[in-house]
Ligand binder design. Structure first.
Ligand SMILES: [Fe+2]
Ligand SMILES: [Fe+2]
Length: 147
């Protein structure tokens, strides 16, 4: 499996999770519930973003630099992560809810950009042997994380 196919498959799971959070968030009645949903999102997103940082940034670095996108790509991962961590400090339910929904909206935009720009770029620039080798690394990392 190519790394782009693996990451895209992960995106599909996240799209479902984002739908679920957007549907649930308005109905949550306690700060603790909002925070626990945010913590789940944070931890799942973190391992996805770390994989992209490790397996994608390196081989595609020269292209990102040409596009002026290298820092944007890394920064967006950090911003999403930081906003979800900050949410844990919120004292009011409404504020936390707002932050959670903002993090989901921002993540959707980030995912959309990857699907429209970054993944197709990787498919164009890297040959299929490299894409498959990176896919294999992805499988090994995920297997190790699950043990
Ligand atoms: Fe990403
Ligand atoms: Fe992604």
């Amino acid at each position: 499996m190519k790394i782009t196919e693996a990451l895209f498959a992960e995106h599909l799971v996240f799209h479902n999770m984002f739908d679920h959070i957007e549907a649930r968030a308005p109905k949550l009645k306690t700060l603790a519930e909002v925070k626990s949903l945010a913590a789940l999102m944070e931890s799942l997103l973190k391992s996805h973003s770390d994989t992209e940082d490790e397996l994608f940034i390196g081989p595609l670095e020269h292209c990102f630099e040409q596009l002026g996108q290298r820092d944007a790509f890394l920064e967006e991962h950090q911003e999403i992560d930081a906003s979800l961590r900050n949410l844990q400090q919120a004292k009011q339910l409404e504020k936390a809810r707002q932050l959670l929904l903002a993090a989901v909206a921002y993540s959707r935009k980030h995912f959309d950009k990857e699907e429209r720009i970054v993944f197709p770029l990787a498919e164009r620039v890297l040959n299929s042997k490299t894409l498959t080798a990176l896919g294999q690394t992805w499988i090994e990392q995920r297997t190790r994380a699950a043990l």
